[in-house]
Design a protein around this ligand. Structure first.
Ligand SMILES: [Mg+2]
Length: 327
């Protein structure tokens, strides 16, 4: 019987890079994982499947891989990257011939097109064209541009059709437009599926004090719909630490590679990276190079192993799995 091969899934920010700087030695590990073969004493041409799982988004997987390659000098391809909305791709596929609303900051039109969506309004287009927000005037030129963009998508076919799902694929930065519009749609159809891709309530990055993140928007939306309309909205959660996201990644890895044993998760955020890994039963490495700085383990979401950084996690995985780099 063949020995099983491990796979490694790593978070990006706080593990590989912080902002636009490389976390020391992470580039060396990345180069080895993407380019080297390993031996377990039985087989000598093993590749360790290596993937990135981030709650980031607002762009395509290809753009994310390229921007990381520019910072790290690595050779990630788009298939190495799971962004916050990547696990929604098969679901979006089911909406190919239906009308949907796509929300959030970032390059919504590019994302929708890259996901093969044909009939969609971005939140900006919908708010401007259907007059959702009081006291707001849109420039004539802006409206004209939206109309031209929509025409190119053959949206005439969808005239008078109702929106069948809302996909919030990145942090909404225009809360009022989003809440006004989604409230109206939910009022018309209380079962309207609303997909969200990030449940973090705070966001650290370079700010002195953490900022409110995507999760707070979802909480605000739920609270308004409950209080004002007495409706419990049909919100479907994706993104770390949701089980939906981890199951998608696990299924993807097992489909793409034979003989997979342990899937290791490496992350710096206990409530996100580690909680998700613990829920699905992947051995987890909590690193101290990002959000988590504690001297022991995290009390609420403990990693199976706590190490300094990616290099330490990598070396420990090779040791646990009896793997050596083939020179
Ligand atoms: Mg992180």
């Amino acid at each position: 019987m063949n020995k099983l091969i491990p796979a490694i899934v790593s978070d990006i920010d706080g593990v590989l890079i912080r902002g636009k700087s490389i976390i020391p030695n992470s580039d060396i590990v990345v180069k080895q994982l993407l380019n080297c073969h390993y031996t377990n004493g039985e087989k000598h041409n093993i590749r360790i499947p290596f993937y990135l799982l981030t709650n980031g988004g607002g762009c395509t997987e290809l753009e994310k891989a390229n921007s990381l390659n520019r910072i790290m000098g690595s050779n990630f391809k788009k298939h190495h990257v799971f962004l916050n909305y990547t696990p929604l791709r098969p679901i979006m596929d089911e909406y190919k011939n239906k009308l949907i609303l796509i929300c959030g900051a970032g390059k919504l039109t590019e994302i929708a097109k890259d996901c093969d969506l044909k009939y969609f309004y971005t939140i900006d287009e919908y708010s401007a064209l259907f007059d959702q927000v009081p006291f707001k005037d849109y420039e004539k030129e802006t409206i004209k541009q939206y109309e031209t963009d929509i025409k190119q998508r053959n949206m005439d076919l969808m005239r008078n059709k109702q929106i069948e799902a809302v996909f919030i694929v990145f942090d909404p930065i225009k809360w009022e437009e989003s809440i006004q519009t989604i409230s109206k749609l939910v009022k018309e159809n209380k079962d309207l599926p609303i997909y969200v891709v990030n449940n973090d309530v705070t966001y650290a990055d370079y700010f002195k004090l953490p900022r409110l993140a995507f999760g707070t928007f979802t909480n605000a939306l739920i609270s308004i719909l409950k209080k004002e309309l007495n409706i419990n909205p049909n919100i479907i959660y994706y993104g770390k630490p949701s089980l939906n996201t981890y199951k998608y990644v696990e299924t993807y890895i097992n489909k793409k590679h034979d003989n997979i044993g342990n899937i290791y998760m490496i992350g710096d955020n206990p409530a996100s990276d580690i909680r998700g890994a613990n829920q699905i039963g992947w051995p987890s490495f909590l690193v101290r190079s990002g959000v988590f700085r504690g001297s022991e383990n995290d009390a609420q979401d403990p990693g199976k192993y706590v190490v300094k950084d990616l290099m330490d996690a990598y070396n420990k995985i090779l040791q646990l799995e009896g793997l050596k780099v083939v020179q």
